[in-house]
Write a protein that binds this ligand. Sequence first.
Ligand code: ZN
Length: 225
Amino acid sequence: MNGPSVQQLRETLAALHAELVRYELVTWTSGNISARVPGANLMVIKPSGVDYSNLTPASMVVCNLDGELVDGDHAPSSDAEAHGYVYRAMSHVGGVVHTHSTYATAWSARAEAIPCVLTAQADEFGGEIPVGPFALIGGDAIGKGIVDTLAQHRSPAVLMRNHGVFTIGRDARAAVKAAVMCEDVARTVHLARVLGEPVAISPGDVDALYDRYQNIYGQPAAPQR
Ligand SMILES: [Zn+2]
């Protein structure tokens, strides 16, 4: 199967983790990105507990889809099991991102979905950004909560209750974009609600915006499957 090599994915992930810092989505060592290795039951993911300033292509680790270390000098992120669960359950997903970005996580602390009141939100998320269940780390609980919630929505982002954001994409870059956009939407809708009651976009208009953005907007791309 064609696609990026493990080494290319290590380099891509090191660069994308710097984007989490640049967009102020992470604090200390929280947050992580992974990418599926095409044609293998493997993923590349951030190591556990390494400062963002010390993340390099070589420090990324390779895991199987049970979250177990296959290759690398560090232990994998403690969220590796959750990332692996997503890849096992959702064959179209090539990248997963997790952050505790401030505004989105504030919505998760209230267990409140972000209503679709912005055209940019309709474009990217196709409706509300949903809330997933409360889940303790370890085992399949977080992964199952992500998959079960996203299966019922068009959104590539889920607010896991009392925890933070998980996003998915066809590749790691797309999942990072969803994480950046999720925080932007969470902040704007929060501000809107501080000032008054946000006005919903009709379901028909949400559908029209989502369809145009996902299928027509931007540069032509190879068909995604
Ligand atoms: Zn977390």
